[in-house]
Design a protein around this ligand. Sequence first.
Ligand code: SF4
Length: 538
Amino acid sequence: MGIHWELAEAGLHFEHPFDLLPRPRSGLSSFVAWTKSPPGSVAGHPHALAPQRPCYAPAVMPSPTRTDATILAHHLYDFAECEHRIALDVRLDKAQRTPPDAMMELLFERGRRFEREVVHPLGYPAVDVRDGEWDEAFARTVSLMREGVSGIDQGVLIDGARLARPDLLERIPGKSALGEHYYRPGDVKSARSARSDAVLQVGFAALLLETAQGRRPESGFLILGDGRREEIDLDGIRCTIDDAVERAEAIAHGGLDTTASYSAACARCRWRGECLPRLQDARDLSFVHGLTRARQRVLRRNGVATIDDLAHANLGVLIDAGVPADGLERAQAQARALIDGRPRLHAVRFPRGARCEAYLRIEIDPLEGGEPWLIAWAETATDAGAVADVKVEGIRSAADRATAFERLVRFLESSAVREAPVFTYGSATARAFEALAEASGVSLQRAGEIAARFVDLAPLVRRAGVLPVFHYRFDEVVAVAKGSVRPGPATAEDAEFVRLQAWRERVAAGDDAAFPFEALGRDAVESLFLVRSWLSGR
Ligand code: SF4
C-alpha cells in the first residue's frame, strides 16, 4: 500500500481500502500501456497491454505552497471515486468520519500483508517516518536516490503542497539531476487488474519525482494481486494526471465546489455518516439508478432536484427545455418505484424447449484478489416449482478449488443438463468460471461451450422493467422478488466475507470447523430460481 496508517495518524493521510476490491476497469485503465520493463525492474511478472499515444503539449505543474490542504496520493484515488471526498477531507474534522468497519479492517490488513510479501524480499532500504517528520523522511529518500541504491521501499516524496509515498521507487538508467540514473514509482495492489485510481496515484508520485531528480519518469508500474507486473505509460497519460492533480488541488483549496451525490462508493466511504443522512433527508435525485452526474446536473438546472420532483415532472416540458429524452421515461419510472416500493415489470420470455434448467452461483473473495470461495449449483425440471438437491462447494485452498471446479464441470457436462441453460446473476460468475477453467487447464473450447449456455439474469431484470432498488445487485433484486426488506443505501454487498475470513483463520489455526456457508450457497441458488421464475411470471 502506498500510504499507511502512520500518515493518517500524522493527520496527513488516510489510505482507503477500496483499491483492493475488484471493480470494473474505467476508461483511464485503458491508458495503462505497454512499455518494456526498463533494465533493473525486478518485482512482479511483466505484462503487456496495447500502447497509447502520448498526450499533447505537456506543461510544467508548479506546486502550491504547503498548507492544511496538502494534496496526497489518496486524493487522486478519491478524485477517481468521488470528488466530494476531497472537499470533506480537507474541510471537516476527521474525527467525524465513520470508523472503519470489520471489512475495511480486513482489507487494510490483507493489503498491508500482501505489500510486505512483495516488497520485503527485494531488500531495498526502507524509509521510516519518525514522529511525523515528513521532511526528514523526504531528505532521507533524496539522499538514497543520490547514492543510487537499486530501489527504495516506502520513499517519501514532497513538493510544496504535494506529498506521496509510493511503495517502491526503482532505479533505472538515464540522465537526470542525480547523474546517470533516475527513479520511477510503483505500487503494490492486491486487486487483479490495474484500476484508474491506482494508476493516478503512481502518476502523482512520478510528478513529485520531477522535482527530486530533475526528470519526470516516463513510466511506472503496478504489481497486482496475482503477481503480475503491469507497466504504465505515464507519458501517455500525463495530461490526464496533471488535470486530475489540478482539479483535486482546486477542490482542496476551495476553488471548486463539489456536492455529495449518491453512488455505490458511498456504502464504504468513511464520510457516509455525513453525506447519506443529508441526501436521504433531501430525497436527492442521485438515488435514482441510472442517472449520471451530468444528467443530474441538467435535471437540477431545470428544477428537478429530488426523487419526488422527477416522479411528478412533466417529461414533455423537460424535453422541450433541452433535457435529453433518452432514458428519461425509465428514470421517472425508477423514481416512482423508489417512492411507492413497487416494481414495474413485464414478463420476460425465456427460450422454450429445454426440459431442464441449471442454476449456478460463484461467490468471489475480494481479499484473495477475486478468487472464488463458494460454488453452488442445482438443476431442476423446467416446470418444477423449486430447486432440489443444491450442491455447495466451500473453497479453502487451491486444491479445493480444482476439485470443486472438476465436480462443477462434470455436472454441467452430464447427460441430464448438457443441453440446459445455466442461469447466473451478474458477470462475475462467468468471469470466475473462465478463471477457474484456465487454472484447471480446461481447454478454451470446452470452457467456452459451457459458458455459452450461461444466461445472465442481471441484464434481463433491467430489461424487464424497474425495481425499487439502488444498484440492481443480486441481494436487492432477490429482496424485491421475495417481498422482503430491501437493503438500504448504506448496505455494502460483502458482509459475508468477514465471516469467511474468521472461518479461514480458525481453520488455519488447526480448528476443524465445518464450512459455515452451506445455507448461504443453497439460498443463493434458490434465489436464482426465484428470480428466474419471477421474471417469467410463472
Ligand atoms: S459518502 Fe458518497 S458522496 Fe459522500 S464523500 Fe463519500 S462517496 Fe462521496
